[in-house]
Design a protein around this ligand. Structure first.
Ligand SMILES: [Zn+2]
Length: 123
């Protein structure tokens, strides 16, 4: 498989939530084009088909056209992080997200409900 010609993505530049590095298996990455998890083999995102064409669900299954190849296939990704480093980055990022303050909800008064026509006529 050839690469897709786009510049190499460094694992250290990606958000730690968009990549998964393990000692036991190949690294996984979220495809930048279709947003699904794909494995990295030989330094590239494995070939896969992209999201279904809009409106494809309207076709019966036997006539439904198969989605085209995802342009994120063959994206070069250099995994320049060890599994240990990636776990540390993920832990730091989730701790930072947990410290963020929630937005305060300001309740607004509800407008008065208009009387029904039957109630107005009864007066
Ligand atoms: Zn994709």
């Amino acid at each position: 498989m050839r690469h897709n010609g786009k510049p190499v993505i460094l694992a250290s530049k990606l958000s730690p939530s968009l990549i998964s590095v393990s000692e036991r298996s190949c690294a996984l990455v979220v495809c930048s084009e279709c947003g699904t998890w794909k494995s990295i083999k030989r330094g590239m995102v494995t070939a896969h088909r992209g999201p279904h064409v809009p409106g494809a669900d309207a076709w019966p299954a036997e006539f439904r056209p198969s989605p085209p190849r995802c342009p994120g296939s063959g994206q070069r990704v250099r995994v320049d992080l060890s599994a240990q480093e990636w776990r540390q980055r993920l832990a730091d990022a989730s701790r930072e997200a947990g410290l963020r303050r929630a937005t305060r909800v300001i309740p607004r008064p509800k407008p008065p409900v208009a009387r029904a026509l039957v109630q107005v006529a009864a007066r």
